[in-house]
Design a protein around this ligand. Structure first.
Ligand code: CA2
Length: 145
């Protein structure tokens, strides 16, 4: 049976390509979803990609990953820097998790340098755009296969 990975994207990532192309690139959110799905397919990974603008919804999706998925890739977007609830959900579920950011969160505003998600994630990939998601999937495949 192939590895099952849940890719979660947080608030405003659905706006990709519409604004701030200098930071996040000019490709749309649907292009990101297609990119992730194509990469997963080529790697024979069973992937689900989901996005929410709501913290509680992201918490629920993390909880529901238990006994369904083998690993999580998460770009919690702004909730990265604020959400103890998302950190607690990741800890509660206990799945191997990679944190991804399109931009380099260490080279921007001071407040983006802090990540609650990093307190749980075993790997952080940032500043690589879409490629970061592919690297996260490859890392988990290597680790879990
Ligand atoms: O670099 C990333 O992937 C971030 O997680 C993106 C978040 C930001 O709050 C994090 O600090 C870093 C923001 C996503 C918002 O995306 C937009 C896309 C288009 C226009 C405006 C925002």
């Amino acid at each position: 049976m192939s590895l099952k990975i849940l890719v979660l994207n947080g608030p405003n990532l659905n706006m990709l390509g519409i604004r701030e192309p200098a930071i996040y690139g000019s490709n749309s959110y649907s292009a990101l979803v297609e990119y992730i799905k194509n990469h997963a397919k080529a790697s024979e990974i069973d992937v689900t990609v989901a996005q929410s603008n709501h913290e509680g919804e992201l918490v629920t999706m993390i909880q529901q990953a238990l006994n369904v998925y083998d690993a999580i890739v998460i770009n919690a977007a702004a909730y990265t820097h604020t959400s103890v609830a998302i950190l607690d959900a990741l800890k509660a579920v206990g799945l191997p998790t990679v944190e991804v950011h399109l931009s380099d969160i260490n080279a921007r505003d001071e407040f983006r340098k802090w990540s609650y998600v990093s307190l749980y994630a075993e790997k952080v990939i940032c500043g690589k755009g879409f490629l970061g998601y592919a690297e996260a999937i490859d890392y988990l495949k290597e680790k879990l296969n």
